[in-house]
Design a protein around this ligand. Structure first.
Ligand SMILES: Nc1ncnc2c1ncn2[C@@H]1O[C@H](COP(=O)(O)OP(=O)(O)O)[C@@H](O)[C@H]1O
Length: 175
């Protein structure tokens, strides 16, 4: 399988617990950096890349292979901001940077409550955040020096995150 095309823009992965603020950030990043925003949950839903529905946690189970076949040609072209609440199944070679959006539990709880998550789904996501599971997953799946943590709580955090990612992109272009 081929790598990123020469002269292509990089691919950036934005991951984190549901509700941490990934979409909020991705929307702004894609617009300001002129990248394509690939929301994996949305793509999976639109193309029915769903294996089954988990009744207990009331969530779809992703068909990872189908999603990856869909993404592969897009990733080769570069210039994508890929959003998903997990990161260990993507090919490591796809991403030049991985940003993990985190959020204080109180705020996360309120956001997930607002989404009407059932108790089980809500507590498992809060635990995921308390234990830093996605950050750990990212550090286990990618080289440590490409994994960065961003806070997704407030508008000021988002502004800071935008600056951080833009700065990373400027440095990447100089390489
Ligand atoms: N940095 C932020 N400042 C203020 N509100 C935010 C911020 N990030 C997210 N939100 C709000 O929190 C909720 C969940 O954010 P969202 O980006 O959809 O989370 P995720 O994509 O990680 O599931 C949304 O209502 C969104 O507007």
């Amino acid at each position: 399988m081929s790598e990123l095309d020469a002269d292509a823009k990089p691919n950036i992965l934005i991951t984190g617990t549901p509700g941490a603020g990934k979409s909020y950030l991705c929307e702004r990043l894609a617009e300001q950096l002129n990248f394509d925003w690939l929301d994996c949950s949305k793509i999976a839903k639109e193309h029915d890349y769903i294996e089954e529905h988990d009744e207990e946690y009331d969530c779809p189970i992703l068909d990872e292979d189908k999603l990856m076949d869909h993404l592969e040609p897009l990733m080769q072209k570069g210039g994508n901001i890929v959003e998903y609440h997990g990161c260990d199944f993507f090919p490591e070679r796809w991403f030049q940077a991985v940003f993990v959006v985190t959020c204080p539990n109180k705020t996360l709880y309120d956001r997930l409550k607002e989404r009407n998550y059932n108790e089980k789904k809500l507590s498992s996501n809060i635990e995921c955040e308390i234990f830093g599971s996605i950050l750990e997953e990212a550090r286990e799946s990618y080289k440590a020096d490409i994994v960065h943590e961003l806070c997704g709580e407030t508008a000021a955090d988002a502004a800071k995150s935008l600056k951080t990612v833009k700065q990373w992109y400027r440095m990447w272009k100089r390489k």
